[in-house]
Ligand binder design. Structure first.
Ligand code: ARG
Length: 271
């Protein structure tokens, strides 16, 4: 995670961002701290901090830094020049932390875990608005894994993690109309128990949730059922999660929604 010390709405690169709708900085700090405390104290997740940096306000959205696999990180090639400035900072951080940093040999855009999510042994890869489709071949080669590319169809849900959230190996939250017909077919075949969310929930970034993997917490197996999600989700969605045994931890991240991100965007999985 990266503290929002320099977080602000400084440009508009997705439909949620507007220079006319500035984030309240003090509030953003409080909200980020609440998320950090929930993860570290309540859920006992081990969190590493990427030092904040002036001039790159979206660095807080660490999900886009890259994709980590073991001690290797495939670092992002950002689409927008505004975020390309994060690349050297991210690269330096991971090298110092002892990771092997690789990048796609081509200059295809790739925005890390924002567009690449594991479901069991398969990597689902969302492309179009931020990542380029051909990157999936290189990802498969580097990761030695099956990578399934799906096209994103709704510009409000410009990253895969805004409309899809794996919950363990057999379930996932998703907003079906953010995908085209083929993408929906891929997901329906891949996920045994998909939970579709309403448009109202999707717009509240319900799919941008953190499913805390058991391996990330010292709580053991029980941690694997925790889902951290933007507050305000519908009763229907809350019931659907409860019925499957997930424990919901709502957090208010309103100031980050103004940049088009919520809980999941603010974290990058390291192991
Ligand atoms: N303002 C950021 C951007 O548009 C938000 C990134 C959200 N990250 C995510 N993984 N969905 O790039």
């Amino acid at each position: 995670m990266c503290r929002p010390t320099y977080y602000t709405i400084a440009y508009e690169i997705n439909p949620w961002m507007s220079l006319k709708r500035q984030a309240d900085h003090a509030r953003a700090l409080v909200q980020w701290n609440q998320l950090y405390r929930l993860l570290t104290r309540q859920l006992r997740v081990r969190v590493q901090i990427l030092p904040p940096h002036p001039g790159v306000p979206d660095l807080v959205f660490t999900a886009n830094a890259g994709l980590v696999s073991g001690r290797t990180v495939i670092r992002s090639n950002f689409r927008h020049p505004e975020r390309q400035q994060e690349e050297p900072i991210i690269e330096r951080y991971f090298k110092r932390a002892g990771f092997r940093v690789v990048r796609l040999s081509s200059r295809y855009d790739f925005e890390g875990e924002g567009d690449a999510l594991w479901l069991g042994e398969t990597l689902l890869f969302g492309f179009r608005f931020r990542s380029d489709e051909p990157a999936h071949e290189e990802l498969a080669r580097i990761l030695k894994a099956r990578v399934l590319p799906v096209e994103l169809a709704d510009r409000r849900f410009y990253h895969l993690d805004t409309c899809f959230c794996p919950l363990g190996a057999s379930s996932a939250l998703w907003f079906p109309s953010a995908f085209d017909r083929y993408g929906r077919k891929v997901i329906e075949n891949l996920v045994a128990d998909p939970i579709s969310v309403s448009e109202a929930d999707a717009k509240r970034f319900a799919c941008n949730a953190i499913a805390v993997p058991a391996s990330a917490t010292s709580m053991g197996g029980t941690g694997g059922r925790a889902v951290v999600m933007q507050a305000g989700s519908s009763t229907r969605l809350r019931r659907q999660l409860a019925r499957r045994g997930f424990r919901l931890y709502p957090v208010d991240l309103s100031e980050f929604l103004k940049a088009g991100g919520s809980a999941k965007c603010l974290v990058l999985r390291l192991s």
